[in-house]
Design a protein around this ligand. Structure first.
Ligand code: NAP
Length: 236
């Protein structure tokens, strides 16, 4: 039996595929969501015992600590954390609302700070582990209308490099992925951007959440990879 994996934002989209892939690999899965209770229950049903769904806003440390407490009581360990929960609120910066900035940065960036604070002590206790942060092409290249999203995703890369350095002594490996544009709810929200991404792809197609999930499954089997950013895109 593999260890325990926590996947944030696993009720839909990429997170759902990651939870299913890691479940097939033998991980006991704690999947997190914020609103979509029914969808999260459906993922638990698809995974079967012993998966659990935990509602929490990753942007709120107290709620993430509560999740960590539940997982600790149930399984006593955490081996992998996939920081996947993310939101986009698009709009030009000049007109951008402060609340939208705070919500995007809290979810996409502070969410990772919160899970690291709450889950790393359990990983240290388990003798090591892996953290995978889901960043974005927008974080590398910037994208008009995505100042908060791009900034939060770029900052995740700095956080990944720093955590990889800080946590290596505990055998905790920290990497980041840049998925290509995927036709999830988030991707489908911006049809023009989706069409452009497909045109810019050398293969003239969008990325598949299943591909990204398989990559993560493989990454979790490795033992010497840390502090890396993997670009899983068909755009150069
Ligand atoms: P999605 O379909 O919109 O799903 C987002 C997931 O995040 C949902 O499960 C949602 O839960 C959860 N979530 C949102 N805010 C949360 C919060 N505060 N606390 C806990 N969970 C929260 O998005 P996606 O396309 O699968 O994106 C997944 C990740 O990939 C994100 O980090 C995104 O930035 C990144 N990404 C996406 C693309 C793309 O083209 N789609 C490209 C590059 C990177 P509920 O269902 O409960 O709302």
């Amino acid at each position: 039996m593999h260890g325990v994996a926590v996947v944030t934002g696993a009720s839909r989209g990429l997170g759902r595929e990651i939870a299913l892939a890691l479940g097939r690999q033998g991980y006991r899965i704690a999947l997190n969501y914020i609103h979509s209770e029914k969808e999260a229950s459906d993922v638990v049903l698809a995974l079967g015992e012993p998966a659990i769904a935990l509602k929490a806003d990753v942007g709120i440390l107290r709620e993430v600590e509560t999740m960590a407490g539940i997982i600790s009581n149930r399984w006593g360990r955490i081996d992998a954390v996939i920081n996947n929960a993310g939101i986009a609120r698009d709009g030009l910066l000049i007109k951008y609302r402060e609340e939208d900035w705070d919500e995007v940065v809290n979810t996409n960036l502070k969410g990772c700070f919160n899970t690291t604070k709450a889950f790393v002590p359990l990983m240290i206790k388990a003798g090591g582990g892996q953290i995978v942060n889901i960043s974005s092409y927008s974080g590398l290249k910037g994208k008009a209308g995505q100042s908060a999203y791009s900034a939060s995703k770029a900052a995740l890369l700095g956080l990944t490099y720093t955590l990889a350095r800080e946590l290596a002594e505990y055998n905790i490996r920290v990497n980041a992925l840049l998925p290509g544009y995927m036709p999830t709810d988030m991707g489908l929200n911006a049809m023009d951007a989706m069409k452009k991404a497909s045109e810019e792809s050398l293969l003239k197609k969008l990325s598949e959440p299943q591909d990204i999930a398989q990559f993560i499954s493989y990454l979790l089997t490795t033992s010497n990879i840390t502090g890396q950013v993997f670009n899983l895109d068909g755009r150069i």
